[in-house]
Ligand binder design. Structure first.
Ligand SMILES: [Zn+2]
Ligand SMILES: [Zn+2]
Length: 367
């Protein structure tokens, strides 16, 4: 079928065009997409900075309605409202069976390479160019073909835009706080970088009762946003000495630091910023090329912990419904993260705003 989609034909190129999408195969569903989140990973990908390189159909945050299913689909049926889980794990390998589905052994050869779980591509441009489905999802399109393990039903009262953002930014940020750090209530915490993932971590820290709760960014409007979401203090990383300010606020440094940027400078800030015995969690992906010189003395002599966190160390099929439930009960106001909405044809603008640091979270709306 023909679908309107946001694609990147080559590094640094972004277009919105009609492409051909194959019908769902066994275990897969066709989803009419209503909302697709605009994530830094999509941006880094079409810039050629992550594992997947163009040509690719972008988008991995999304929500919509199941339109049709292939043979053997049991988890969803046509008409179901669903959110996309961009980590459709096999549920059979040793990692999945051990409760670590984000580390599914099928991912390195499929999802992380932006192929379907069976290793294939399904989109073709009008002039015959084969396109990868970004992270087995390709949600920036009118329709997406998704493996049933990449779909989670959502209640009628949850807006598609909210569900889309919960599927990546919120799962990652809140998961870093609850799953990776397993933060103790009342801890002092700092979140570095106030984009979608960082602000989600901030909401996770609010949920966990952190005090003080400090936000760091270089864009003043993002720091204002962080305050609205519950930060007690903010630091402008461009104008202020972050480590010194953290000491001013907490005396010995916060118990936990969450870095959502993934750059060498912010990872070092997180590690050097936390108190002796504190924990720094790295949850953002900046570039595969990033190398970080780490102080062995800080790790050993100061007994610090530096933890990597992929996709919030989540079990998406369990955690996504839980995050939806926390949103519905008002404990996780993730709707406040959505600062900008765009039409699919405005994808260029959406990425330009993201790159310029104007958005908390932008969402492409296909209603
Ligand atoms: Zn994402
Ligand atoms: Zn697996």
């Amino acid at each position: 079928m023909k679908v309107h989609a946001v694609i990147s034909r080559a590094i640094d190129e972004l277009t919105v065009e009609d492409v051909e999408l194959e019908a769902p195969r066994a275990g897969e569903a066709l989803v009419r997409i209503h909302a697709a989140g605009v994530c830094h990973s999509d941006l880094h990908t079409y810039r050629g900075e992550l594992r997947t390189t163009p040509p690719v159909v972008l988008g991995h945050e999304g929500a919509g309605i199941v339109e049709a299913v292939g043979p053997g689909v049991t988890r969803v049926k046509p008409g179901d409202r669903v959110m996309i889980n961009w980590l459709p794990s096999c549920l059979e390998c040793p990692s999945c069976l051990a409760g670590r589905p984000t580390l599914c052994e099928r991912f390195p050869a499929t999802t992380i390479q932006s192929l379907m779980p069976d290793g294939t591509m399904r989109h073709t441009t009008q002039d015959g160019l084969k396109l990868k489905p970004y992270l087995s999802s390709a949600t920036m399109a009118e329709y997406a073909v998704i493996h049933q393990n990449g779909l989670v039903p959502i209640p009628d009262d949850v807006h598609f835009a909210v569900a889309a953002v919960i599927g990546c930014a919120v799962m990652t940020g809140v998961g870093a706080v609850l799953n990776t750090a397993q933060i103790a209530p009342g801890s002092a915490a700092v979140v570095i970088g106030c984009g979608g993932v960082g602000l989600s971590a901030l909401l996770g820290c609010v949920l966990a009762g952190c005090d003080p709760l400090i936000a760091v960014d270089v864009v003043p409007s993002k720091l204002d946003f962080a305050r609205e979401l519950g930060a007690s203090h903010t630091i402008n990383g461009r104008e202020e000495d972050v480590i010194k300010r953290l000491r001013d606020i907490t005396r010995i440094g916060p118990d936990y630091a969450f870095d959502s940027v993934g750059a060498a400078v912010t990872i070092k800030q997180a590690l050097m910023g936390v108190r002796a015995g504190g924990t720094a969690v790295v949850m953002g992906m900046h570039s595969l090329k990033e190398e970080v010189p780490i102080s062995a003395a800080a790790l050993i002599a100061q007994n610090k912990r530096l933890l990597g966190c992929f996709a919030g160390q989540s079990r998406p099929l369990v955690d996504l419904p839980k995050l939806i439930s926390l949103y519905r009960s008002g404990k996780l106001p993730v709707d406040k993260l959505i600062s900008h909405r765009y039409a699919l044809d405005e994808a260029q603008q959406a990425f330009a705003d993201l790159e310029a640091g104007k958005t908390a979270r932008g969402v492409l709306m296909l209603d």
